[in-house]
Design a protein around this ligand. Structure first.
Ligand SMILES: NC(=O)c1ccc[n+]([C@@H]2O[C@H](COP(=O)([O-])OP(=O)(O)OC[C@H]3O[C@@H](n4cnc5c(N)ncnc54)[C@H](OP(=O)(O)O)[C@@H]3O)[C@@H](O)[C@H]2O)c1
Length: 383
């Protein structure tokens, strides 16, 4: 006999979960808002009703205790009179004891507020890597606030968009497995750029395409410098329980730091200077039946030590990480449990749709934990 459970919202006892969305006018933020609107009926089947009570971007903020229409938020943020930012931060703290904050920015200032929000009992859902990969003081403050209040910080999309990477590593840790080493492609942007230049595109054109496709970070220099991949490696390793900071990851950038200096909007023009260099590198690799990947590597060293690095590297053309399609991510992991053959997780690892879908799933998951038990009726069907 199999038992299917089906939970749905008991509308006679409506008790919506309040949501504040920061970065609501960005690429991911807007798509998350669309999903909140379009998938309301599906969420209701899971026992969840989401009510957006606050929204902000870097220039404006909105608050409405009774709820904001998701489809109107971006336009309302773009026009009209808004609450000053300081007032918004203060108002959030008193808005609702059941608040879930969705951080869809790439802002360090917003990540720095996580301890205060978590300490106030709010859940946080985010694709922003700057909280989970923060340096020790902020990381410790986040961990302390979480353990004190027991609230949720769901950030499964910070690595691999919607791929089941963090959850899987978390389960390996819960199971007491010992991870010995892994190699991975963690940057969807660099996977796309290197994939395209090995299909004949110039480097500068490939970066332009990655930006147009929505794979690149708000500041693409973070991808090209390897910082994005290094932060993802930190998040993976912290998920496995390692005490690691960004500075512990050896990092070789894809593009020389001098070329990336200055946020003056001329990055793509500057990149043209290395188009020929990368054409030559690709030609040499092809002659040797090799391919360029931007590889993240972890291996234990000594009794308690480890080595973690990210770098552009040439691998044999038949290496599993060399066979990824542009934009795909992959992780190949060896552990005590996966000693006979490695655990491999691979698939598209960036993009607005996949990331927003993952953020939305994290939001519904967080909200579901907040729905009072009496509000969810569970139908049990025997088959
Ligand atoms: N694209 C992907 O494939 C992908 C994959 C995984 C994770 N992510 C992550 O998703 C997040 C969002 O990326 P995105 O591509 O949507 O970025 P985006 O289009 O640049 O949007 C960023 C949003 O954040 C807002 N913002 C920036 N600083 C803020 C501040 N201090 N206070 C309030 N709002 C602020 C921006 O407002 P303004 O418009 O006013 O500047 C904008 O609404 C990033 O953390 C990124 O790393 C993206």
């Amino acid at each position: 006999m199999t038992i299917a459970t089906h939970a749905y919202l008991n509308h006679s006892q409506r008790n919506p979960v309040d949501v504040a969305i920061i970065g609501a006018s960005g690429r991911i933020g807007r798509r998350v808002l669309e999903l909140i609107e379009k998938r309301a009926a599906v969420a209701a089947e899971l026992g969840v009703e989401l009510r957006i009570v606050a929204a902000a971007n870097s220039r404006a903020c909105l608050i409405a205790r009774g709820g904001l229409a998701a489809g109107e938020i971006a336009n309302r943020l773009a026009s009209g009179v808004h609450l000053p930012r300081q007032g918004f931060d203060e108002a959030l703290l008193h808005l609702s004891p059941r608040l879930v904050i969705v951080d869809c920015t790439a802002s360090a200032d917003i990540a720095a507020q996580y301890p205060q929000w978590l300490g106030a009992g709010f859940d946080i859902v985010t694709p922003n890597k700057l909280g989970l990969s923060a340096d020790a003081p902020l990381a410790a403050a986040i961990a302390t606030a979480r353990s004190r209040t027991g609230v949720q910080l769901r950030a499964s999309t910070t690595v691999g968009a919607q791929l089941p990477l963090l959850n899987t590593l978390s389960e390996l840790r819960l199971a007491g497995d010992r991870v010995e080493r892994f190699e991975a492609v963690l940057s969807g942007t660099l996977s796309y750029v290197l994939g395209r230049i090995q299909q004949g595109e110039s480097l500068s054109a490939a970066v332009r395409l990655a930006i147009d496709c929505g794979y690149a970070e708000p500041n693409p220099a973070c991808d090209l410098s390897g910082e994005d991949a290094a932060r993802k490696l930190v998040i993976l390793l912290r998920t496995l329980g390692f005490n690691v900071d960004l500075a512990d990851v050896e990092r070789t950038p894809l593009i020389d730091a001098q070329l990336l200096a200055g946020n003056d909007g001329s990055l793509l023009q500057k990149l043209a200077a290395v188009d020929e260099l990368w054409r030559a590198r690709v030609a040499i690799a092809e002659a040797r039946h090799e391919r360029w990947i931007y590889r993240a590597t972890f291996e234990r060293a000594g009794a308690d030590g480890f080595r973690a690095r990210v770098a552009p590297e040439r691998v044999a053309a038949d290496h599993p990480l060399a066979r990824l399609a542009p934009c795909e991510n992959a992780l190949i992991l060896h552990s005590a449990c996966y000693s006979a053959a490695p655990l491999t997780i691979a698939g598209p690892g960036a993009g607005i749709d996949l990331t927003a879908a993952g953020v939305y799933a994290d939001l519904v998951g967080a909200a579901r934990q907040r729905v009072p038990i009496g509000n969810v009726r569970v139908a049990v069907a025997a088959a």
